[in-house]
Design a protein around this ligand. Sequence first.
Ligand code: FAD
Length: 829
Amino acid sequence: MAISTSELLRPVQAALRFDEAALLRYAVANVAGFPEAPSRFTISQFGHGQSNPTFCLEVASPGSAGDVKRYVLRKKPPGVLLQSAHAVEREFQVLKALGAHTDVPVPKVFCLCTDTSIIGTPFYIMEYLEGRIFLDIKLPGLSPERRKLIYQETAKTLASVHKADVDSIGLQKFGRRDNYCKRQVERWAKQYLSSTGPGKPDRYPKMLDLAVWLRENIPAEDTLGASGTGIVHGDYRIDNLVFHPVKDQVIGVLDWELSTLGNQMCDVAYSCMAYLVDSSLGEQESYGGLEFSGIPEGIPSMAEYLALYCSAAGRPWPVREWKFYVAFSFFRGASIYAGVYHRWTLGNASGGERARHAGKLANVLIDCAWAFIVRESVLPNQPPVEIFSPGVAGKSEEVYAHSKQGIFVPSKKVLELRKKLLKFMEDHIYPMENEFYRLAQSSSRWTIHPEEEKLKELAKQEGLWNLWIPFDSAARAKMLLEGESHVSPRVWNNNFLGAGLSNLEYGYLCEIMGRSVWAPQIFNCGAPDTGNMEVLLRYGTKEQLQEWLIPLLEGNIRSGFAMTEPQVASSDATNIECSITRQGDFYIINGRKWWTSGAMDPRCKVLIVMGKTDFSAPMHKQQSMILVDANTPGVHIKRPLLVFGFDDAPHGHAEVIFENVRVPVKNILLGEGRGFEIAQGRLGPGRLHHCMRLIGGAERGLQMAVERALKRKVFGKLIAEQGSFLSDLAKCRIELDKARLLVLEAADQLDRLGNKKARGTIAMAKVSTPNMTLKVLDFAMQVHGAAGLSSDTVLAHLWATARTLRIADGPDEVHLGTIAKLELRRARF
Ligand SMILES: Cc1cc2nc3c(=O)[nH]c(=O)nc-3n(C[C@H](O)[C@H](O)[C@H](O)COP(=O)(O)OP(=O)(O)OC[C@H]3O[C@@H](n4cnc5c(N)ncnc54)[C@H](O)[C@@H]3O)c2cc1C
């Protein structure tokens, strides 16, 4: 459980007492609003913390009916101090700048006193923050959901500190930014030497070796002093944060004694120390951190915490340099604890008797550094993404927030986007449909209508571009690509990584795009591009992202997904026969695919091909996915396939032969044998996007049916006045709204629980939505009479598309099998 700020207060230690009357006179004169002749003035000391002694001043004004004001005083410790340590003047400076000019949560500072005649040392007075402090990093007594929120907030707050622009808040001279690590290694090495040795506590030789290793492994980025530099807090830990008394929100970052400017990744590594070592002072058997003692449910792993930080701060994933930063943190900690221990031997450690253990702890940290250095791997190559899903906690708060209005109520942001989208459809898409159809039925059908590219630019300008990208996938790509000079600034400036929506939020927008078969691609939200981009966002390497994802995000190229083969039942992908065989630095692909949607499009430049890299491996480890440049020799586009006579030009569904196609090894996605894993990641959201679009198609059909029925008379009455019409209309509305709710529920589950756990509901949506859409469109066609079956209305094309989706992305029977299997499993347990 957390402890409240006031619970940390203790009587002042005898060695730290000072002249209270002098302080009172000073405070009255220098702190605005400080009661002038208080009826009560008491001082207590915060019992937590080791460095600068910190006190609570309680002041009651006369006649104020017992109202007590609280302030916090922080001072240097008495006695001889190490040079540059305990710099309360610097603490004051950084708190003042951050408080005045940024959103970083810090206590307000009132005055700094450098006159040592008042209470013996310099001090400053600041705001007292009543809130919760989590002294135990395991957060006992909290639910997993709240633990996750507390750690998310901790990572985000550190990112907010690091994002402060020191040049514009007057802190540009607060420290040097270049060569920070190099200078820090020397500083703490020197400090260690001055706290240990002859006549002082023993020196640990491994510490000297550690200094050598660090000097030899300083990251190249350290010399640059540009990106990744700025404010470094220096002691950023969860117990230096004050959380709001009720909400899981940081209201104050404390203890800025070690703050400076420099390489901020040092700060991040330091804030991860709790995962690796328990550095609380005390007599203990083991000093193992969370990774050793077990990470309590809800608390993210170190890699996840780091990913949260990198995402919030917009920093690249530090896989190469992480060993240095962590080892440096241990080194610095060891030097600090050696200093604390030395001061204890001299009798002036502010932490009192607990400081007797600091010497031992310093040596533990040195051993931990070496244990970390010799680890083979310290971080996954790519940041984990699961932690970005809102989780149960996000959901429960969301549900609570919405409970006054209903669960599926779109946010203001979504409503605004929806309004814009509806207008765009009215102004630009519906009026162009006939024109698009005309070209698609002409001899130039496999070319792009010039208006399409113009509308794409307009959609970008309107902020209606790539709305499908879920925020967690965007976060991973940002981490991998941020700072890469050859990524066009357009990607960042124009929100090409989406609007930060969840799948649920996208659901409200995608269905509007689904009202016209031409719309999704105008917003770069069409299949199969979205599924292919999702694969790259989730599983691509940095190089793959640069080569293929960026042009796809920009809408400069299109893509295809080649899995289905004519000669085998492809609803069971284990049957696939296409071979992907390694030869030196290349893979050779041989196989025959069909229904590769989009492959006829002149802009289609890349295909994701699924095939087998190892025919002898276990069933689900045989398949791999590989990126194939569509212009590679041996890729033969044979013919477009027709769906009830529609060839869907200029997009098309192609039969493609792969004949000895040579593809560089770097094009493999995720690794050999990982094809099924990727398919799971791709198909979940992709299937739901189809369903969302179908809801829109059904909605348009229903609207057209009503409009027709209100205009056309049969046997003396409007169709809308016929009883059979009314009853069918009502039934269609019921079916449509049922399916919509199921799709939204599946999207919500996808956000909260992930692909695997949401698969049952996704399967239900995937079966019910095309079947519902077919019924509604059939009704609309019936109301239109023969016109409904012609190409004079959009109904026939919408119907043909809906019919394909009882087969494409898995036939109904396969999804029904999934639902039934889960149902039986539920019954058994
Ligand atoms: C318009 C359209 C676009 C497409 N786009 C693409 C694309 O871009 N890329 C791509 O790779 N593929 C694409 N496909 C192909 C599609 O994914 C496959 O058609 C689908 O997976 C089914 O495979 P299949 O055709 O080989 O049918 P089969 O596997 O031969 O199945 C035939 C039938 O068998 C029955 N069946 C299957 N499994 C079961 C079961 N477990 N229980 C009971 N009955 C069962 C079902 O009735 C099923 O329809 C597209 C298809 C269409 C129509």
